[in-house]
Design a protein around this ligand. Structure first.
Ligand code: ZN
Length: 151
């Protein structure tokens, strides 16, 4: 990906990647626009503690004000990237399988959730707004074994 010099908090949408590489200037403008439309606000969703959720190609937020939360948006964008890489289906299969196995391991649902490899990567890098620009494909899978919270 060639994204240097476009500012650190540039919005990112995985499926626009090709477009960005071909038509840089135009795509940046488009990107901002598209991102706005890709953020949905839904007050109630699956679980009570939910604030935001990445469901490729959308980011779903509990309320409008959360759009300003750069770390949260970045966190969900990291999930969008992970999902695009794994064709959505494999992301959810792995996500659920890891949650299940880690629930048995930790005997704690929240701890299990925080230790799913995809969540480890997203929580570790959510404040790094350049992360997605520099990230190599499938980088998150290493966190199945590496636990950043161990350090
Ligand atoms: Zn997450």
């Amino acid at each position: 990906m060639s994204a240097q010099g476009n500012g650190p908090s540039r919005p990112f949408i995985p499926h626009l990647l090709l477009l960005i590489e071909y038509e840089k200037d135009k795509a940046i403008y488009l990107q901002g626009d598209v991102l706005e439309q890709m953020i949905l606000v839904i007050r109630h969703f699956f679980y009570r503690s939910y604030v935001g959720l990445g469901l490729w190609p959308f980011i779903i937020l509990r309320n409008k004000a959360l759009k300003q939360d750069k770390a949260l948006i970045n966190h969900e964008r990291i999930h969008l990237r992970q999902q695009a890489e794994l064709f959505l289906v494999f992301f959810y299969l792995l996500y659920f399988l890891e949650w299940l196995l880690k629930s048995l391991y930790y005997l704690d649902f929240y701890k299990a959730y925080r230790n799913i490899s995809f969540e480890r990567e997203a929580y570790l890098e959510e404040k790094n707004l350049n992360y997605l620009r520099d990230r190599k494909p499938y980088q998150g899978l290493k966190y199945i074994i590496v636990n950043p919270m161990d350090h």
